[in-house]
Design a binder for this molecule. Structure first.
Ligand SMILES: Cc1ncc(COP(=O)(O)O)c(C=O)c1O
Length: 388
């Protein structure tokens, strides 16, 4: 595992590099879309090679090992014992969330999403004609906190669902037990169904611990849907596989019906062996990845402090995403985009993508070889230090 190796990803139909090249040109170093510039672990590559060598790519089913691999992983890493039946396959978490919104709420119902936040969560509420109830996180002494007091004031009987992102994209918060308990009490009190999007659960730095939301207590378990997948941790979003964990039988059956209605039956042929190998043989690789990402974070943070103090990192506790406060530059969103992309030639996500309260921030994807990060930071330093 050589995370320092720079691998050319152009001309691979990459939604990160090829799309950015079309939009901005190849001279922009792109740190936007959330996948990693690292090769997947060897056992995963071999699993895919074996399927390819067999040469018949027919319809695929899930076998027992697929489910037991997930059960074992959740038990070992999170001390979370789940039953096989609780696991429901969906190609993508995004698809699952949209179907859940459709099945469990009706048009005009309110759905709570925290802000700033991963745009597709907010968009799936709006695109399904539900009422978006935005709950702003509070930024206090450089740390984002939940803000249930503000939310309490907004509550009305039309609000039916809470969409949680845990760990949180883009702020990198790894919600701790007390916070999740408080949230669970809130959701029980207001009779809310909870979707907990836990796709970033495996990238968590030392000293922090991810807790699956359903594990908080038995009562919340019965009204929670946990969305997880191997895609972020092992860098395989291209195989389209996610697991939706639903302990409550009635909710689960209704969700399964909704999958059936839109014709989702069989998984991608690569996804079954890839998941088995990822959970069965790649935990050590994941530990090394977490260490490398942490070192990238330290490198990034020290560089900013030393050379570009007007950019202030919000210290993440997990995820490979850096949420950076650039309000000191005193620029509007267009000017921020112009500065980073056109002038510095570094592709980032501007904060307004994550909601109104993201304005004045940028998100940088740190899952790239350190030399790329250095190049990006050198370019940014050069441009920022030349403005007043
Ligand atoms: C919070 C969050 N949820 C979901 C996804 C995407 O998951 P999927 O590809 O399974 O829809 C991402 C990808 O960046 C994400 O950050």
């Amino acid at each position: 595992m050589n995370f320092d190796k720079v691998i050319n990803r152009y001309n691979t139909n990459s939604a990160k590099w090829d799309e950015a090249a079309e939009e901005y040109g190849k001279d922009v170093l792109y740190l936007g879309v959330a996948d990693m510039d690292f090769k997947s672990p060897r056992p995963i590559i071999e699993a895919i090679e074996n399927v390819a060598k067999h040469g018949i790519f027919g319809y695929t089913i899930h076998n027992d090992k697929y489910f037991s691999s997930i059960q074992q992983w959740m038990s070992n890493r999170y001390d979370w014992d789940i039953e096989k039946d609780w696991i429901v396959f969906s190609p993508r978490i995004g698809i699952a969330i949209s179907l859940i919104i459709n099945s469990f709420t009706k048009e005009g119902d309110g759905i709570i999403v925290q802000s700033p936040g991963y745009a597709p969560l907010r968009e799936s509420v709006v695109k399904n004609n539900r009422k978006l109830v935005t709950n702003e996180l509070k930024l206090e002494s450089g740390e984002y906190k939940m803000n249930l007091k503000e939310l309490e004031e907004k509550m009305d009987p039309s609000i039916k669902m809470f969409i949680l992102c845990s760990p949180h994209n883009p702020t990198g918060r790894v919600w701790q037990e007390e916070e999740l308990k408080e949230l669970s009490e809130f959701c029980i009190k207001h009779n809310l169904l909870v979707i907990s999007d836990e796709v970033h659960s495996e990238i968590v730095f030392k000293g922090y611990k991810h807790i699956p939301f359903s594990k908080i207590n038995d009562e919340i378990r019965e009204r929670s849907i946990v969305c997880n997948s191997i895609t972020k941790a092992f860098n395989v979003p291209g195989i389209m596989t996610s697991n939706i964990i639903i302990p409550n039988k009635k909710i689960r059956e209704k969700f399964k019906d909704s999958l059936d209605r839109v014709g989702i039956h069989n998984p991608n042929i690569f996804s079954v062996p890839v998941l088995e190998e990822a959970y069965g043989k790649c935990e050590e690789w994941l530990e090394q990845l977490n260490l490398y990402l942490y070192d990238n974070l330290i490198f990034f943070s020290s560089y900013l402090e030393e050379h570009i103090p007007r950019m202030k990192l919000i210290k993440p506790e997990g995820t490979y995403l850096a949420w950076v406060d650039v309000r000191d530059l005193d620029l509007n969103e267009d000017e921020i985009e112009d500065l980073f992309i056109n002038k510095a030639k570094v592709g980032i996500y501007i904060g307004s993508i994550f909601g109104e309260s993201g304005k004045g921030f940028i998100r940088v994807n740190l899952a790239t070889p350190r030399s790329n990060l250095k190049l990006a930071l050198d370019r940014i330093k050069e441009v920022i230090n030349n403005i007043e």
